[in-house]
Design a protein around this ligand. Structure first.
Ligand code: C5P
Length: 400
């Protein structure tokens, strides 16, 4: 793996760890990257722009305009130039600005303009790092799909010993290498069916039974599988979200029965089926054709079970066909998930618990455990749904 030809924007903010930015710049250039450094003005107190300009072989940019005011540094053009934006060191202040959309220096302008992957290497004192506000800001960055390079624990400039040290330059380069060089995927060319979103079960022409699912987890899986070269069929319940990548075949459906009908057309053809939809469990037995008038204190609705799409696939799946299910639980999580893996004949089940903050419906993040047929449990940290999708597909790839 190498960073050959990769255009790296290196953001340096004002921490004592900025002295390592010189080594980082040198190592990035040695790894074949083209580097442009953007510093905050506070960082100049720790390392000279001339050092970073010399090592990067490019001007080191600090302000929007240069000293003679005849030229300006176009943050938008810079943001579009990079294959990656790496902010190392990222101080508590810079992280707080990134989390909240502040744009009071060139680096923040570039951050907000960047369309490329963003990597953040925090550096600060232990208590600042542990502070609830810093942790909340890092959580926000994760939910924006920025990747946080873990801090090291050890001696800090304050004399304290604990977490907060910026990762070493070689660790940062390894992190970039892994994340910027897509692995050869064995999902390439595979046909994948993904269900996502809620379903709406009609009560009458204006009312329905539904749930809080946004479809984000399934859509992230569809995007990631698509990036890995799979032929993705997304069967999407009512959701205002859509995949970000081109080339996914999307069928929009409303009810659980519609979702089953769309899936059945694909069941025999697919290599993998991932059931991430939150299908309503029950549907009104007979949807009224006219709006039900409001009368009396209560109303009786007879609800009947919706078809279990994952179960249906589990019954007919053949040969090397694989399936992955989800279990969203509020109690006895592991026991329930293990029962579901058997009942629905899944190869893997992804468990998320509503007891974990930031997990499940309505969040941009998720915290999951992936359980395999032989009851092996892998637990992951809270991260953006895009990164959770990577974990799930990495696990799937081990079965292909
Ligand atoms: O609702 P339940 O917890 O049983 O859902 C577990 C799994 O089954 C999920 O992967 C879900 O997408 C799938 N499922 C389905 N059709 C249903 C209910 C659930 O495909 N009617």
């Amino acid at each position: 793996m190498s960073l050959k030809g990769k255009k790296i924007l290196l953001g340096v903010s004002g921490s004592i760890a900025a002295y390592k930015s010189a080594i980082l710049t040198r190592e990035l250039v040695k790894a074949g990257a083209e580097v442009k450094v953007i510093m905050t003005s506070n960082a100049k107190a720790f390392i000279s722009p001339l050092t970073l300009a010399t090592l990067s072989k490019n001007p080191c940019l600090v302000e929007y305009t240069n000293a003679d005011q005849t030229d300006w540094n176009n943050h938008v053009a810079l943001g579009l130039w990079g294959d990656a934006l790496l902010i190392a060191p990222a101080t508590a202040n810079t992280i707080a600005k990134m989390a909240n959309g502040y744009c009071d220096n060139l680096l923040m302008g570039v951050y907000l303009s960047a369309r490329c992957p963003v990597f953040v290497a925090p550096a600060m004192d232990e208590d600042m790092y542990r502070h609830a506000s810093t942790q909340a800001n890092l959580e926000k960055l994760r939910s924006y799909n920025n990747q946080i390079i873990p801090v090291n624990s050890g001696e800090l400039a304050s004399g304290l010993v604990g977490p907060g040290r910026m990762a070493e330059p070689h660790e940062i380069i390894e992190f970039l290498n892994i994340n910027l060089n897509p692995v050869q995927s064995n999902l390439n060319g595979k046909k994948i069916l993904i269900t996502a979103g809620p379903t709406y079960e009609s009560i009458d022409p204006v009312r329905y039974i539904g749930n809080y699912s946004t479809g984000k987890m399934g859509i992230s899986l569809a995007d990631e599988a698509n990036k890995r070269g799979a032929q993705v069929h997304l069967i999407l319940g009512p959701s205002h979200l859509l995949p970000e990548t081109e080339g996914i075949s999307i069928t929009k459906v409303t009810s659980g029965q519609d979702m089953l009908n769309a899936c059945q057309k694909l069941f025999k053809k697919v290599d993998v089926a991932i059931f991430s939809a939150a299908v309503a469990d029950y549907t009104p037995e007979n949807a009224a054709t006219q709006k039900i008038k409001k009368k009396g204190h209560s109303i009786d609705l007879t609800l009947v079970k919706t078809p279990d799409i994952a179960f249906e696939f589990g019954q007919i799946k053949k040969g090397k066909q694989l399936s992955i299910g989800f279990a969203l639980e509020t109690e006895k999580e592991l026991v329930n998930a293990k029962e579901k893996i058997k009942k629905k004949n899944f190869d893997l089940i992804v468990l998320n618990s509503l007891n974990d903050a930031g997990a499940g419906f309505k969040h941009a993040t998720n915290k999951v455990s992936i359980i395999s047929k032989d009851n092996k449990v892998d637990s992951y940290e809270l991260k953006s749904k895009e990164l959770v999708a990577k974990d799930i597909l990495n696990k799937l790839e081990t079965l292909l």
